[in-house]
Design a protein around this ligand. Structure first.
Ligand code: GLN
Ligand code: ZN
Length: 762
């Protein structure tokens, strides 16, 4: 009998109940008992939904008040001293302080939140555990055990989920005196032993231990540590399933197969090829869990395809076969049934978390009772859907395909090399040294958001909406002129989000109403879905930018989102490669760039905030990705004359290992986030002899703090030590949409003053 199980379910709730409760709690509008009540209700509902869908072993421990890695830090007592309450026990407020920081405005101290970073290659962010050389671990948080009891009391068969000791250590950061995190393993393992011991005492038969780092390139000492760690955990009185996901095991396959545990889960969506090898290497006593339903995307599973593997596995494994989603469903929207505005055809192609559970259960049944009428009907339906989708005219646009096929290498090359372009651009633009600009957005005030929403709801007519946005543009332009900025922007008032705004105007994109996915804490995103060939039916930004340019004699910069970022922050298609989708997006954006140029716009910025996060988990695959990502950017940027200046913007703080690709993008100007690294980040550009112009951010836009002129002069002086002064721009780290106008103007006054000071001294 194949067993249907799940690795984890989204915790936010179909209506984002957890988000709403958390935010109410933080605003003191809901008390702790009320918050806990919401958590309990969500867990109960989610277990029931999964059980009803046919999942036989339900995950517990996938619920978290903020983040599952943070829950583990509390469980192991990895609580930095700055968050330890002066008196009393650690509690929910300790957890929230670690997640969100404690400001002076609040309670006693002042403690900066823990760092947050991306969970592997997903758009989920976890809180980075902080370890010091003296780190001690002790069982300090009993949430997991309480939730197990809760599920058992509801009559469910449960399988608690914990992050494995090696992945947990890997994800953390060594603070203070330098030391090797791996040295902490011996101290950490006894606490894992206690956790497993206690789960066993609660009557748990199976525990799932997630070791996603097994899908990464690991140093040899980390590989060696696996056997040691699991030899210690082996003694715990319950069965252990080690779960791997987000990629193939590759060189870690042998070690994963022989770990002294009772089962192994593998991701066959991301890495289908590893199946036969693992089957051969797996010891005869072990359970093999096949991740066949995609936990990372929204497409309905091709059941026939999954079943072919499963039937084969069933013959070899018999009772030892489990079926699951590829990874936790944390990365899927909750329930497709709620979508009332998607047309039936599109809806028939999709599956969210609830539906994915049903797919997993159906696959298990198809092995166990192949002739059941219900199984036959579901397979027939799946087959019909796959066929209909493959041939649907909504997906295939021959014009787009023909255009893609006609692309030549020259399309991805500017007419002249940078040195020639920049000379023409300087003559054309007539900017001073150290030109000042901003990254695009200005404060998104309540009035702006209200106008956009009223327009969406239809209560604000088209003409009134346009007038309101034009008024915002005039205001933004007037402020920038008064501040004395050199290159102006229109302010992005009309944009809700840098991807959604464009996706809504492209053919081939679909939108959900409730397709929220947790990004971090209470923050959720609702990625658009790429379902077909992408194209631009009409210009998207030209009227706004033209209007903005008409308000000023200064240079107005057009503002677009690049193809790689559009792709990374959407749910992509699975029936064509990401490379092809990026190229389709690039052509659509290229047309927009050319239309802006034709409308008299002299600078166009193409944001690629997500360029780096597209990097595959394995180094060996980096170059393949970078090749098409760079190509897509060049394709969208190369349709213009030499005189037209192309900017790009990226906000992250790791350029060393991708600097060659960044240079290959050949943007005339790149603006980056540097203020928090004290310009250290420019070292990569200096060492590489990066040839084009750079605008290193001179102040952090994440805080309302107004930087003074002297500190920005200091940063720019540091920058000029690494980059020739004639190639430097002056700008903030990123867009200003989350800031208020008062602090924005105050900061920009000082920034312009800093640029002027540098002009005098250089
Ligand atoms: N142009 C965008 C803005 O200013 C860039 C946002 C980003 O880089 N994340 O808001
Ligand atoms: Zn940015």
């Amino acid at each position: 009998m194949a067993v249907a199980h799940s690795l984890g379910f989204p915790r936010i709730g179909g209506d984002r109940e957890l988000k709403k409760a958390l935010e109410a709690y933080w605003k003191h509008e809901l008390d702790e008992a009320g918050l806990r009540q919401v958590g309990r209700q969500l867990r109960a509902r989610h277990w029931q939904l999964q059980a009803d869908a046919g999942i036989q072993l339900l995950p517990v421990g996938d619920f978290a008040w903020y983040d599952q890695v943070l829950s583990h830090s509390l469980m192991f007592g990895v609580i930095p001293p700055r968050f330890r309450p002066a008196s009393g026990a650690i509690g929910l407020d300790t957890l929230f302080a670690m997640a969100r920081g404690v400001g002076q405005r609040c309670c006693g101290g002042d403690a900066q939140a823990q760092e947050m970073t991306k969970w592997f290659d997903t758009n989920y962010h976890y809180l980075v555990p902080e370890f010091d050389a003296q780190q001690q671990f002790e069982l300090s948080w009993t949430q997991l055990f309480e939730e197990v009891d809760e599920a058992l009391a509801l009559g469910h068969a449960v399988k608690p989920v914990v992050i494995g000791p090696l992945s947990y250590l890997w994800l953390g950061k060594a603070k203070g005196a330098e030391f090797d995190k791996l040295d902490l393993l011996e101290r950490l393992l006894p606490v894992y032993g206690q956790v497993l011991e206690r789960l066993g005492a609660q009557g748990v038969e199976w525990v799932q231990i997630d070791e996603p780092i097994l899908a990464l390139d690991l140093p040899q000492d980390w590989k060696n540590a696996f056997e040691r760690a699991y030899n210690v955990l082996q003694r715990a009185p319950l069965k252990k399933l080690v779960a791997t996901y987000f990629g193939g095991l590759e060189d870690n396959l042998g070690l994963a197969a022989v770990l002294p545990v009772d089962g192994l889960h593998i991701d066959l969506v991301r890495a289908p090829d590893q199946y036969p090898v693992i089957l051969d290497r797996l010891p005869a006593y072990k359970v093999l869990s096949l991740g066949l339903v995609d936990g990372r995307n929204v497409w309905r599973c091709d059941l026939d395809k999954a079943l072919a593997v499963l039937r084969h596995a069933a013959e070899r494994l018999g009772e030892r076969l489990w079926v699951a989603p590829s990874c936790s469903l944390l990365h899927s929207p909750v329930d497709l049934a709620r979508e009332d505005r998607l047309d039936d055809e599109l809806k028939s192609w999709l599956a969210f978390a609830v539906q994915k559970c049903a797919e997993v259960a159906l696959l298990a049944r198809a092995v166990n009772q192949p002739n059941a009428a219900e199984v036959q009907a579901a397979l027939a339906e799946s087959r019909a859907v796959q066929q209909a989708r493959a041939t649907s005219p909504r997906i295939h646009n021959p014009t787009v395909r023909a255009r893609l096929a006609a692309i030549t290498p020259a399309d991805s090359r500017r007419a002249s090399p940078f040195a020639e372009r920049i000379a023409k651009q300087r003559a054309h633009l007539q900017l001073p040294a150290f030109p000042t600009t901003t990254i695009g957005s200005f404060p998104q005030t309540a009035a702006i958001r209200q106008a956009r929403q009223a327009h969406r709801l239809g209560t604000l007519g088209e003409a009134d909406y346009i007038a309101a946005m034009q008024a915002e543009i005039r205001h933004a332009v007037a402020v920038q002129e008064q501040l004395g900025l050199d290159v102006l922007v229109h302010g992005e008032a009309e944009r809700n989000d840098m991807v959604e705004y464009f996706a809504e105007q492209l053919d081939g994109y679909a939108f959900t109403r409730f397709g929220w996915v947790q990004s971090y804490g209470s923050r959720c995103v609702k990625p658009a879905i790429i379902y077909g060939d992408l194209s631009r039916p009409r210009p998207m930004t030209v009227e706004w930018i033209r209007y903005a340019q008409q308000q000023t004699g200064k240079v107005m910069k057009g503002m677009l989102t690049g193809p790689v970022t559009m792709l990374m922050w959407s749910f992509p298609r699975e029936d064509v490669s990401r490379e092809v989708q990026a190229r389709q997006l690039a052509l659509a954006i290229r047309d927009e760039v050319c239309d802006l140029e034709a409308a008299g716009i002299r600078i166009v910025q193409i944001d690629e905030a997500a360029f780096r996060e597209g990097l595959p988990l394995r180094r060996a695959q980096w170059q393949g990705y970078l090749d098409w990502a760079v190509e897509a950017f060049r394709l969208c940027a190369s349709g213009v004359r030499d005189e037209t200046q192309i900017h790009t913007h990226m906000c992250y703080s790791e350029f060393n290992d991708v600097i060659e690709a960044i240079a290959a993008m050949d943007a005339d100007v790149i603006t980056i986030e540097t203020s928090r690294s004290q310009m250290e980040l420019l070292e990569a550009f200096r060492a590489f002899d990066y040839p084009n112009e750079i605008g290193p951010g001179v102040y952090d836009i994440h805080s309302p703090r107004v930087p003074n002129t002297a500190e920005m002069v200091e940063l720019l002086t540091k920058a000029a030590e690494r980059i020739p002064a004639e190639r430097l721009w002056v700008n903030p780290d990123c867009g200003l949409k989350t800031r208020g106008w008062a602090e924005t103007e105050a900061a920009l006054v000082n920034m312009v003053a800093a640029a002027r000071q540098l002009r005098r001294s250089h």
